[in-house]
Design a protein around this ligand. Structure first.
Ligand SMILES: C[S@@+](CC[C@H](N)C(=O)[O-])C[C@H]1O[C@@H](n2cnc3c(N)ncnc32)[C@H](O)[C@@H]1O
Length: 528
């Protein structure tokens, strides 16, 4: 900013660091006092190449020195992948007995919860970092899960991982070398049965375009110093913060980079190492990903979260005109990413070219049980999407919601209820679809019944007992498994306290709220 020392030393140094030109470096060097972070940058020669201080896998180029953060992603669950395919008109694979593979599963939090939620299905988690796989395998043993195995190594060199209905990889595609990325598409395609679903979550353009140089800044700084990658990331972050504070034009002209810097500060150096320090980290345009997938017979079916599949709900009103004549889905997705400045995409692909039909969507909506999954937030009758407000008002919504509060039900079951007698099926379908898009209801694996307190005797599975006991002793995310929802649930603190009280682990007095929470957890199959 010109008001901050427009001709002074700090500005000159910032320009030298940001511009990276030899003349600017030399000028800054000669003027630099010895002690500041920025001076250190311009006066110390870079002696360390990335491979000398970060342990990387020789074959994949992925950082293997530092374990990743723990994380659970419910969009990777088969019920939600099926929802994405069916809402877009594609017949999804089954969810009774199926085979599921997560590539780059990290500590396995998602795959473990899904394996517990679907005891009749079979799960495989693959990860390059042995510490991840050891921890995930130990958790599977302690939680007595017999339908999941974790394998350490590169997915490309797995001896015989099996054949699958679902192959998912969140945060892998844009972190690996181009040839490895194509190998991942080929792996998913060759292991998927026809009609199986692949999910890829990746960093996208154009969102990252203005922010990518922040990575360059942090990585260049980290690589110029000896030491472990965590301290490199920490020092790189400090440099970026110092530059921002001293008015570096890059941050001024790219507010998204300043926002990202704040996010990085909160996420911490472990995240930075994985997010940024991989030699091949590269955000991608949707068109490139779709073309690479199509080359491996994986065809785009839709995107999560669900609202992004609906033109009128995702595109701001001021830009709808530009989309009016875009007919192809691939062209629409590419343009949408510019309208929304997309940073991350969660795309679902199908093995083999399948035809889409509105009847598939209708059949899925009619037969799938929908219910409420969580500790319900206070009901406002609305859901705010990034660019649209959904309102759920009127007798049809009232009747549907009061029925679903009594347990998950299909639309076919709802239509038979007296409160909805005479309401056309299409109106009920549309209302449920809006509740689904707004996140008020979720697709369930099976219908449920509201439970009474007497019906709850114990925590239903060894997995859930393991999760609750661990949450009481360790600072790791607790992800419960719900067989009814067919997914993991991130419990609220109040739910965990209620469960610990139920297990006799916490001497907490029971009140009506706690009873209601336990009843909901019983309905979800966490208590039996
Ligand atoms: C950015 S992390 C994401 C972890 C997890 N999926 C998540 O979203 O939290 C990427 C993961 O992919 C794994 N990975 C990278 N390359 C791999 C490969 N070639 N084969 C198997 N796993 C790989 C890494 O070890 C790491 O755990």
């Amino acid at each position: 900013m010109s008001s901050r020392h427009p001709l002074g030393l700090a500005s000159t140094r910032a320009a030298g660091a940001g511009g990276g030109g030899t003349a600017a470096h030399a000028q800054a060097k000669s003027q630099a006092p010895a002690s500041t972070l920025i001076d250190e940058l311009v006066t110390r020669p870079s002696l360390h190449c990335s491979d000398s201080f970060v342990r990387v896998s020789a074959s994949s180029g992925y950082v293997t020195d530092v374990t990743y953060l723990r994380g659970f992603r419910n969009d990777l669950g088969p019920t939600r992948l099926r929802m994405c395919a069916a809402i877009n008109g594609f017949q999804p694979p089954g969810q009774e007995s199926f085979d599921y593979c997560e590539v780059g599963c990290g500590f396995g939090d998602t795959t473990l919860a899904l394996a517990a939620a679907f005891p009749r299905a079979r799960f495989v988690g693959i990860d390059l970092i042995p510490e991840h796989v050891e921890a995930a395998s130990r958790a599977a043993r302690e939680a007595e899960l017999e339908n999941v195995r974790f394998v350490a190594g590169d997915f490309e060199s797995m001896a015989d991982p099996g054949t699958f209905d679902y192959v998912v990889a969140h945060g892998v595609l844009s972190w690996i070398a181009p040839q490895k990325r194509k190998a991942l598409a080929a792996f998913a395609s060759s292991k998927l049965r026809a009609g199986g679903l692949a999910y890829f979550g990746y960093n996208a353009l154009p969102g990252w375009a203005a922010v990518e140089p922040l990575r360059q800044l942090i990585v260049a700084r980290a690589e110029s110093l000896p030491g472990d990658p965590i301290s490199g990331a920490r020092i790189g972050l400090e440099l970026a913060k110092a530059l921002r504070t001293s008015g570096a034009r890059y941050f001024e002209r790219n507010p998204a980079a300043a926002d990202m810097l704040e996010r990085l500060e909160q996420a911490g150096p472990t995240y930075i190492v994985h997010e940024y320090m991989n030699a091949h980290w590269v955000p991608m345009y949707f068109a490139q990903v779709a073309a690479e997938m199509a080359a491996s017979e994986l065809f785009f079916v839709g995107q999560l979260p669900l609202f992004l599949n609906f033109r009128d709900l995702s595109i701001p009103a001021s830009m709808q005109q530009f989309f009016a004549n875009v007919s192809g889905r691939l062209a629409y997705e590419g343009l949408k990413d510019f309208a929304l400045n997309t940073f991350f995409r969660s795309d679902v692909f199908m093995k083999g070219a399948a035809a889409r039909s509105d009847e598939t969507t209708r059949a899925w909506l009619l037969s799938t049980p929908f219910g409420m999954a969580g500790d319900e937030p206070p009901w406002t009758g609305e859901a705010q999407l990034p660019n649209h407000l959904l309102r759920f008002r009127g007798p049809i919504f009232d009747a549907i919601l009061s029925a679903l509060r009594q347990g998950a039900k299909s639309i076919a079951t709802l239509l038979a209820r007296p409160e909805l007698a005479g309401v056309p099926e299409a109106r009920v379908r549309e209302a449920v679809l809006h509740l689904l898009i707004g996140g008020v209801v979720a697709p369930f694996a099976s219908p449920t019944e509201a439970k009474t307190p007497e019906a709850r005797v114990r925590v239903a599975s060894a997995y859930n007992r393991y999760v609750i006991a661990r949450a009481l002793s360790e600072d790791v995310p607790a992800i419960l498994a719900s067989t009814a929802l067919g997914n993991g649930i991130r419990p609220t603190k109040a739910q965990l306290i209620a469960l610990a009280a139920q297990l006799g682990e916490l001497p907490v007095p029971r009140d009506a709220d706690m009873e209601a929470r336990l009843a909901k957890l019983a309905e979800l199959g966490v208590l039996a």
